[in-house]
Write a new protein. Structure first.
Ligand SMILES: [Ca+2]
Ligand SMILES: [Ca+2]
Ligand SMILES: [Zn+2]
Length: 224
C-alpha cells in the first residue's frame, strides 16, 4: 500500500513475487512494472518500481490447499497490540466468511505471516518511514510451496489506528482497511480498476470488503 502526502491518499501495494526464486515469480514481477495501475501511480506522485500492481487474472495464483493458516508475528509501535491484532482478525474473518477456503489463526509457523517492520529491519523489502508505502504482501505464486507466499508486511512507522479514523493519511492509517486489501493479495487477487473496490490500488478512506472482490475470491476458492 502506498500513499501520497500531498493529496492524502495512499496506494495499496504489494510485492509481485520479485524476491521469489521461481521463474513464474520473475514473470510476475516483470509484468507488474507495466501494469495498468502505473498510470494511476503517475497521477499521485513519484512511485518506486515495486509499487506497480500485478497483471494477472484472479485465480492465476492461489493456495493449493483447503485450509490456510495465518500468524500475527508481532505488534505495531503505534497501536495497542490487542486492538491491532483484532483489526487484522476482523479483516481475515471477512474473507473467511465468504469462501470455502478456511483461514485459521495459529501461534507458530503459519502460511500467511503478518509482521510489522521498520525501514530495512526485516521482510523482503525496505519501508520508507511515515507516509507513502504502508504495507506489502506476497502473492502466493508458489501455491504455498515458498515460505514467502502470502506473507504480509506493515510499515511500523505508520500511525496505525483501529476503529474510526478522523485524520487523513499519513496522520492516521486505518489498519483494518489496509489489512483487507493486503489479505486479498495474499489470497491471490490482483488490483481492481474500480475506485470503490477493496482491491483498488488507491485508498482515500475507510473501506471494507466489496462485492466485486467477494465474487473474485469465490471464483478462485468457491463460495462458503
Ligand atoms: Ca511508509
Ligand atoms: Ca508464507
Ligand atoms: Zn494492492
Amino acid at each position: 500500500m502506498q500513499s501520497n502526502r500531498n493529496v492524502g491518499e495512499h496506494k495499496l501495494e504489494m510485492i509481485a513475487g520479485v524476491l521469489l526464486l521461481s521463474l513464474t515469480a520473475v514473470l510476475v514481477a516483470t509484468s507488474a512494472r507495466t501494469a495498468p495501475v502505473a498510470a494511476l501511480t503517475g497521477s499521485t506522485g513519484p512511485t518506486p518500481a515495486a509499487s506497480y500492481g500485478p497483471e494477472f487474472a484472479p485465480g492465476t495464483y492461489r493456495w493449493n490447499k483447503a485450509a490456510v493458516t495465518y500468524r500475527l508475528a508481532n505488534c505495531p509501535r503505534a497501536l495497542d497490540c490487542a486492538a491491532a491484532h483484532g483489526a487484522v482478525r476482523t479483516a481475515m474473518a471477512q474473507w473467511d466468511a465468504v469462501i470455502a477456503l478456511s483461514l485459521d489463526e495459529v501461534t507458530e509457523g503459519g502460511d500467511i505471516v503478518i509482521t510489522w517492520v521498520s525501514g530495512n529491519d526485516g521482510g523482503p523489502t525496505t519501508f520508507d518511514g511515515r507516509g507513502r508505502v504502508t504495507a506489502y504482501s506476497v502473492i502466493p505464486v508458489s501455491g504455498g510451496a515458498n515460505p514467502l507466499d502470502g506473507d504480509i508486511y506493515f510499515d511500523n512507522d505508520e500511525n496505525w489506528v483501529a476503529g474510526p479514523t478522523a485524520r487523513p493519511f499519513p496522520k492516521e492509517a486505518h489498519l483494518q482497511t489496509i489489512a483487507v486489501h493486503e489479505i486479498g493479495h495474499a489470497l491471490g487477487l490482483p488490483h481492481s480498476g474500480d475506485p470503490v473496490s477493496t482491491m483498488y490500488p488507491i485508498y482515500t478512506n475507510v473501506r471494507g470488503l466489496t462485492q466485486d472482490s467477494v465474487l473474485a475470491v469465490q471464483g478462485i476458492y468457491g463460495a462458503q
